[in-house]
Design a protein around this ligand. Structure first.
Ligand SMILES: NC(=O)c1ccc[n+]([C@@H]2O[C@H](COP(=O)([O-])OP(=O)(O)OC[C@H]3O[C@@H](n4cnc5c(N)ncnc54)[C@H](OP(=O)(O)O)[C@@H]3O)[C@@H](O)[C@H]2O)c1
Length: 326
């Protein structure tokens, strides 16, 4: 393995490649800050940017890309850009992709993910992204646990990759095994290349990961330090390994994935942190197993959004729908 995470590239099941380290672009405070984060990352060697229509940051990523292209720092074909179609746009994924392309200032994206395998009740512009009834419950267009409209979205993404030049590859996000099993017989031609899920040493998902790896689908780990507050970097074993290898705790958290063939998507509003977390410490198999054991013994999911209820994941706080899959 190379000594820099920015030098690792994985092969996708359609023959294309993806850089292992991607910059996350959820905005913590002001979405305009993401412009400098992207510029900093690309100058430091990142070649993969992970975004989504839902994040509201694509316009600022577009400004960053224009500057990077105009200054000759990087060419479009050297970058890998991922966007996602939000469930309130489930009926019109091409419109969502068109909006993302316009904001990003691009002719194509390298990868489009179906953000969640559910259908929320959005209008033709995907508004509102989180529709609620008078009791504060999400309004769906079909049952989140047993509905099949999410399959239509995936099939429309297949049409995009097959019949347009807007999208190079398609993939999925937040798919559990039951959801993928429901989709599988309906895939027309284009298997997903990636499943993006929350994953870090505190969230053991061995069964899920092995299932998707056996399907030839790469796992991309979001929230690699457990999102806001970065609880994962406070784990004593992560700190011990950082000291042993003379690297940051973030680099241990990222190496946990990259060394095991998973894409990792860290996010930071701290430009110094973005620049400095590109090392790839060569953890041993025993150390990787020890990290896995943390979550096997004390599992913790940090992203427990309502749109994840009932879709077949374990440890989703507040979930009242997953019993369907028991
Ligand atoms: N597909 C999906 O549904 C989905 C869901 C969630 C996320 N994602 C993707 O994954 C990306 C990353 O996930 P995430 O945003 O949840 O978060 P993350 O990368 O796990 O955590 C980022 C947070 O941790 C903090 N942090 C990082 N290192 C730290 C350290 N050493 N000490 C203290 N604080 C530290 C950052 O603060 P600073 O800003 O101060 O560095 C930031 O608040 C997202 O941006 C997005 O692209 C996808």
């Amino acid at each position: 393995m190379p000594s820099l995470a920015t030098d690792v590239v994985f092969k996708l099941n359609n023959g294309k490649t993806i850089p292992a380290l991607g910059l996350g672009t959820v905005s913590a405070t002001d979405p305009r800050d993401v412009k400098d984060q992207v510029i900093t990352a690309v100058k430091a060697g990142y070649r993969h940017i992970d975004t989504a229509w839902y994040y509201g940051t694509e316009k600022y990523i577009g400004e960053a890309l224009k500057e990077l292209f105009d200054e000759g720092i990087v060419k479009r074909e050297e970058l890998f850009i991922t966007t996602k179609v939000w469930p309130s746009f489930w009926h019109s994924p091409e419109k969502s992709v068109d909006q993302s392309l316009q904001d990003l200032g691009l002719d194509y994206v390298d990868l489009v993910l179906q953000h969640w395998p559910v259908a929320l009740h959005g209008d033709e512009n995907g508004q509102p992204p989180a529709p609620k009834d008078k009791d504060g419950n999400l309004i769906y267009d079909d049952d989140p646990a047993t509905g099949t409209k999410f399959i239509e979205t995936y099939n429309k993404l297949e049409d995009l990759v097959e019949h347009t030049t807007k999208v190079k590859s398609i993939g999925i996000s937040n798919y559990s095994i039951p959801k993928y099993r429901t989709l599988l017989p309906h895939i027309k031609k284009h298997k997903p290349v990636v499943n993006q899920i929350e994953y870090h040493p505190q969230l053991p998902q061995q069964e899920l990961v092995e299932y998707f790896q056996n399907q030839g689908i790469l796992i991309a780990a979001y929230s690699p330090v457990g999102s806001d507050g970065a609880p994962v970097v406070k784990l004593p074993l992560i700190q011990k390994l950082a000291e042993k290898y003379g690297v940051s705790t973030n680099e241990i958290a990222d190496a946990y994935h990259i060394l095991q063939g998973r894409i990792v998507l860290p996010r930071s509003s701290n430009l110094q942190r973005i620049k400095s977390i590109i090392g790839l410490p060569q953890l041993t198999k025993e150390e990787l197993d020890e990290l896995y054991q943390i979550g096997a013994q004390n599992p913790k999911r940090y992203i427990t959004d309502e749109w994840g209820y009932g879709i077949g994941f374990k440890w989703w706080t507040g979930d009242t729908l997953s019993k369907v899959f028991d």
